[in-house]
Design a protein around this ligand. Structure first.
Ligand SMILES: [Zn+2]
Ligand SMILES: [Zn+2]
Length: 351
């Protein structure tokens, strides 16, 4: 039996971000209940003046690019109205089945991962088609736009789509009977498509995937060393598995809904986040949380928590408020209303 997952307490969450309460605010009672700790946190975490930013030494190699630490500290202070601590998982949730240990900011910096540089600075999106419909063009354009905001500072380009149907290993799912493609095999075919300037190549398909015979399905699979990943939107489409996909598509089906665009952005940014060395987040509700089922996936917002934001900011050194403003324009344009509201509140508190 896997070990039981215990949600991190406030000190562990702050430690993972790399901030610390100033002395006069430190809790002295080790026996305080989680309820008391939470209400203290609510009262105490609102002002960044009460915290100290740790690990400044980890920015030494590019000090000139770093934001002033006061602005960074403000953005990393976990406002309890906007960042909810990770709760105890339900029976079917990811952390109930995968009791992960998390990755602090300090651990992230110490662990080897690809870093964008002057030579490799493009995220390439690669539409892949096997037996099913193509990824709608408007969804691809939306993905490109959101990725360019989420990973601000990176270029994002869409590669010419590939039609791989006859080349890759596939099967009919033994339970549902619908067609699936072997994701490991797709990655082998993608190796030759990595460009000289690719930070990574993200294959996107509407076909369902499986990683190896004994698995039922997988949402995505990546090889960090070869800079390739493949991700399927099949299980986020309305009516998935109800009928076998056929050639041809109606006018209506070729237009992506706001919900599909939201889910596609969620999946893509989570998966490309892994390419940047971000592991699953266990500290807050965050786009980098693992998800075991669609309801859990849909509960996520399109954003990074303060722990994961600091990791990505360390790699890209973007302007945090500018990044949020761009994301707000995107969410308003595509009618992604909950996220737009969250962004308005976040921006107003950071300015
Ligand atoms: Zn993941
Ligand atoms: Zn996170």
């Amino acid at each position: 039996m896997p070990k039981h997952f215990k949600p991190p307490g406030e000190d562990e969450r702050l430690g993972a971000i790399g901030i610390r309460k100033k002395k006069h605010l430190s809790s002295t009672s080790a026996a305080s209940s989680e309820k008391v700790t939470r209400s203290k946190a609510r009262a105490a975490t609102i002002s960044s003046d009460d915290y100290i930013l740790e690990h400044s030494r980890l920015y030494m190699h590019r000090r000139s690019q770093a934001e002033p630490s006061a602005d960074l500290l403000k953005a990393l202070t976990p406002d309890p109205d906007l960042f909810l601590p990770m709760p105890k998982p339900h029976d079917m949730d990811w952390l109930a089945h995968h009791p992960e240990k998390g990755q602090t900011f300090e651990q992230f910096v110490a662990q080897p991962h690809n870093k964008p540089d002057a030579k490799r600075n493009v995220i390439h999106l690669l539409p892949l088609r096997f037996f099913e419909k193509s990824v709608p063009d408007d969804a691809l354009e939306a993905l490109k736009e959101y990725a360019s905001y989420f990973f601000l500072g990176m270029k994002v380009k869409i590669l010419k789509g590939k039609y791989f149907a006859k080349k890759v290993v596939h099967r009919k799912n033994p339970d549902t009977g619908h067609k699936q493609v072997n994701a490991e095999h797709i990655l082998l075919h993608m190796l030759g498509l990595v460009q000289e300037n690719s930070y990574c190549v993200a294959g996107i398909t509407l076909c369902d995937l499986y990683p190896r015979e004994e698995w039922n399905f997988v949402f995505g699979l990546a090889s960090l060393s070869s800079r390739c990943g493949v991700y399927s939107l099949a299980r986020y489409l309305p009516g998935f598995g109800e009928e076998e996909e056929e050639e041809g598509e109606t006018e209506e089906e070729s237009v992506a809904s706001a919900n599909l665009i939201r889910r596609a952005c969620l999946l893509m940014c989570h998966e490309i986040g892994h390419m940047f060395g971000l592991r699953h987040c266990i500290y807050f509700k965050c786009i980098m949380n693992g998800s075991n089922h669609l309801m859990e996936f849909d509960r996520k917002l399109l954003f990074l928590c303060p722990v994961c934001l600091r990791k990505l900011h360390h790699s890209l050194a973007f302007d945090i408020v500018e990044r949020y403003k761009n994301m707000l324009v995107f969410c308003e344009k595509y009618g992604i209303t909950d996220e737009a509201e969250w962004l308005r509140r976040r921006i107003s508190k950071l300015q």
